[in-house]
Write a protein that binds this ligand. Structure first.
Ligand SMILES: [Zn+2]
Length: 242
């Protein structure tokens, strides 16, 4: 259910694994993604289960329509009726409102400045790393009074740099923007380490209190991996303030 969680000065961070939900194969069990072909009733049940396990109100969780971009939305409550905006980061200054990010190999990024009461969730895959979605999220937090030096950052389970094989030119293109993402697979071919790239971006912004999940989604049977399974579920990362 909740594979990893911690609390820092009233800011809560949680990352799910794939177990403890009601979805059938190939989304078993705790698929939290609503756009992957799973039964919508199962996804709703899973979102309720995960929220309950975290101790948050499922009606006070904000999800995104993620499109591998760098757009950020500032929210003060769940979306109303109508389509969910296409953004890859959300920021709030509303205590008790949980922000959620869906992933299956991409990097889920959770940020909080508990002193000023601002949190953010961001979805950083390879395109998001290059587009700068994480710096954009930090900028949006700063505009609400956050100080990067006070921000706590957590990145969740993601495909690791030794598993994420890409063509040589793609590695070069990513490394030109973010050298820390340059990697090689365990079998010696070009790769990208998105988590390392995200942490390098955060470091440059002055976010020093950071932790990275040791879990590689592609290597872990307890996590969904798009690159491994193609048709599969989505994990979620949640951040909120007391
Ligand atoms: Zn790996």
């Amino acid at each position: 259910m909740i594979g990893q969680r911690d609390t820092v000065n009233g800011a809560h961070f949680g990352f799910t694994d794939r177990w403890g939900g009601v979805s059938a194969v190939p989304y078993e069990e705790l698929n939290l993604g609503g756009a992957v072909g799973d039964d919508p009733a199962a996804v709703t049940a899973n979102r309720d289960l995960a929220a309950k396990s975290l101790g948050v109100d499922p009606a006070r969780v904000v999800w995104m329509n993620q499109v591998h971009g760098a757009d950020v939305a500032v929210v003060d409550g769940p979306w109303g009726d109508g389509p969910v905006p296409r953004v890859d980061a959300i920021v709030t200054a509303e205590r008790g409102l949980a922000l959620a990010v869906l992933t299956a190999d991409c990097v889920p990024v959770l940020l909080a400045d508990p002193a000023v009461g601002v949190v953010a969730a961001a979805h950083a895959g390879r395109p998001g790393l290059v587009a700068g979605v994480v710096p954009a999220a930090v900028r949006a937090m700063t505009e609400l009074g956050a100080d990067p030096a006070r921000i706590t950052a957590r990145t969740g389970p993601a495909v690791c740099g030794r598993c994420y094989e890409v063509p040589e030119d793609m590695r070069a293109e990513v490394a030109a923007v973010e050298p820390a993402a340059y990697a090689e697979t365990s079998w010696g071919t070009p790769a990208v380490d998105v988590s390392a790239g995200v942490h390098a971006q955060l470091e440059r912004l002055g976010v020093r209190d950071r932790a990275q999940s040791p879990v590689c989604t592609l290597e872990s049977k307890d996590h969904f991996s798009y690159r491994r399974d193609r048709t599969t579920g989505r994990l979620a990362g949640y951040v909120w303030l007391d």
